[in-house]
Design a protein around this ligand. Structure first.
Ligand code: GDP
Ligand code: IMO
Ligand code: MG
Length: 410
């Protein structure tokens, strides 16, 4: 018999509060050892989550960052759009390091397959928009076009793995040629599908049933958000957003988890702010200060290698993200990147399109690797307390370096 009531508070989620790249991956990697299941809900290989363990760097795109913990079951949920060659490449990279993820990988049969032609369409659409001066600066990973197919109900889902879909694809070839000037290579797409089937057939399953079975047997689930709140298709800085729901609501929807199973939602925000791609950014700083933040923070896209636009923290964004996601606490990341700043401005709002800034005195000393709040310089503590007071949400985690261990936990 099916039990219909979900156990309360067994799910923890990590959600980005700015425009992505806040350091979600690092927190997931840190938390994952206390969880039985780590799940991605939405998005695709537009995500790039970097973790550094024992000095070694790993970048995850479709797999969650928690997968280095060998006890964790890995779930890729229905809300995702999956480029299978990228997934096989990621699995292969882990294999080269002696880790076989396949036996503990579960992929929703409802997740959509992102084909090479989606990536090509992404490029064509981006070029068209750029000519009109409206380029979004997408990652060109095919995300928008894959979600277009999903919404138009013409998408192909993971349940089709193992089938011959050349005929179905071929039917679209003329249309894609006329609409976008691209040539759909059905044979190549089919081959990629067959390669994926060989490795992944046993992984494709009803992940909703699986997640509910795990919850009932007392297991704990960790959700790794991808992208971030200001990139959300509904609530972000539209149209300069991604094509999925990046908030906690989107994560629950993408995994088929009901809200009453949710315990904590941890909001991740940098102590400053970055953005890749176009769109508003009131506290952006160009010139030498922006460059300093970019160099100190290593602010280059992990997917596209594009230099990230850099600027100061903007508190109204954190407050709005907290409203939407109901954050229980913050992880403020990359505090150490501000170590050399004499003055640290914080955006408090805007007037006539200009940011209103409040200035904090910098601490001008290294915080790299600090693991106790009391060991932070007073000025750094004040900045953290200010964020807590202004947002009304406690800061429980503070990042002080790239390494897994470089984190203050309060
Ligand atoms: P994500 O997409 O939110 O997972 O973030 P990314 O991995 O794209 O970008 C965050 C970058 O900052 C990565 O290179 C991390 O290794 C790095 N990082 C995360 N936390 C910290 C921190 O506290 N200090 C420093 N210096 N780097 C950090
Ligand atoms: P993680 O998970 C930062 C941005 C792109 C572009 C816009 C639309 O690493 O935080 P898309 O390819 O999704 O259609 O691009 O969204 N973007 C991200 N920026 N981090 C990400 O993911 C992003 N995913 C998408 O740069 O502005
Ligand atoms: Mg990233």
């Amino acid at each position: 018999m099916q039990r219909m009531k979900s156990p309360a508070s067994v799910v923890t989620a990590v959600i980005g509060a700015q425009w992505g790249d806040e350091g979600k991956g690092k927190l997931i990697d840190l938390l994952a050892e206390n969880f039985d299941v780590v799940a991605r809900a939405c998005g695709g290989a537009n995500a790039g989550h970097t973790i550094v363990v024992g000095g070694k760097k790993h970048v995850f795109r479709l797999l969650p960052s928690g997968c280095l913990h060998t006890n964790a079951e890995i779930v890729l949920g229905a809300g995702m759009v999956m480029h299978l060659p990228t997934l096989l490449e990621e699995i292969g990279l882990l294999r080269n390091e002696g880790m076989d993820i396949v036996p503990r990988l579960r992929i929703s049969h409802e997740a959509h397959i992102l084909f090479d032609f989606h990536k090509e369409i992404d490029g064509v659409l981006e070029e068209r928009r750029s000519k009109l001066g409206k380029g979004i600066g997408t990652t060109r990973r095919g995300i928008g076009p894959a979600y277009m197919d999903k919404a138009a109900r013409t998408g192909i889902r993971m349940e089709k793995l193992g089938e011959d879909i050349r005929g179905e694809l071929q039917k679209r070839a003329d249309d894609l040629h006329v609409s976008y000037g691209i040539a759909l290579d059905a044979e190549r797409e089919q081959k990629q599908l067959n390669d994926a089937e060989t490795m992944l057939k046993s992984c494709v399953t009803d992940t909703i049933q699986l997640l509910h079975d795990r919850m009932y047997s007392g297991k704990r689930i960790l959700i790794e958000g991808a992208q971030a709140t200001l990139l959300d298709i509904d609530h972000g800085t539209y149209p300069y957003v991604t094509s999925s729901s990046t908030t906690i609501a989107g994560a629950l929807q993408g995994l088929g988890i009901p809200p009453n199973a949710l315990g904590e939602v941890i909001g991740v925000a940098k102590a400053y702010c970055t953005r890749v791609g176009a769109g508003e950014f009131f506290t952006e700083v160009e010139g030498s200060i922006g460059e300093r933040l970019r160099e100190r923070g290593g602010e280059y896209g992990s997917v596209t290698k594009r230099p990230r636009r850099c600027g100061w923290l903007h508190l109204p964004d954190l407050i709005r993200s907290a409203m939407i996601n109901g954050f229980s606490c913050w992880n403020i990341t990359k505090l150490d990147v501000l170590d050399t700043e004499a003055v640290i401005p914080v955006g408090m709002g805007e007037k006539n399109g200009k940011a209103i800034m409040q200035e904090f005195v910098g601490w001008k000393t290294s915080t790299v690797g600090v693991t106790a709040f009391d060991d932070l310089p007073k000025q750094a503590q004040q900045l953290v307390v200010f964020i807590e007071q202004e947002t009304g949400i406690p800061v429980r985690y503070i990042g002080t370096g790239q390494g897994r261990e470089e984190m203050i936990v309060r």
